[in-house]
Design a protein. Structure first.
Length: 138
């Protein structure tokens, strides 16, 4: 069994849920693992998150953003506000969804279901680029 690691930087995105499956698969494909195994994705940020969800309808992305904004509204009396009114809600949304995913690999490719895609959920209005560390075991 071998372990390989790389990282991918996702260009700055606006608030919302963004499909990044292609970028992740490209990074995984750059590693020497061509068999079966496991890819672990770790987002190195606390105001964005990763999730897997339906990848066909753009309505899902908009509805996910609506759900997250309903659960963690920006208009509230959060104590942590030094970085702007969207910062503490971003941390809350990040804690709900998380920063890590484990995805099986089959033949060196992400073994996602037919309608599944990997999302970067950006919770800040103006966010920097985001870095994801990808560790492949197999």
């Amino acid at each position: 069994m071998s372990v390989h690691q790389t990282s991918v930087t996702i260009s700055p995105k606006g608030r919302g849920c963004h499909l990044i499956t292609r970028e992740i698969q490209k990074a995984v494909s750059s590693l020497p693992c061509t068999g079966d195994g496991l890819a672990h994705l770790f987002l190195q940020h606390t105001s964005a998150s990763l999730t897997i969800n339906e990848n066909a309808s753009p309505d899902v992305r908009q509805d996910m953003e609506t759900i997250l904004n309903t659960i963690v509204p920006e208009a509230s009396s959060y104590r942590h506000s030094m970085e702007g009114s969207d910062d503490m809600p971003a941390h809350g949304k990040c804690s709900l969804l998380g920063v890590g995913l484990a995805v099986p690999l089959t033949g060196g490719r992400l073994a996602l279901g037919t309608w599944q895609g990997i999302y970067l959920c950006e919770h800040r209005t103006r966010a920097p680029s985001r870095t994801i560390v990808i560790t492949v075991i197999g």
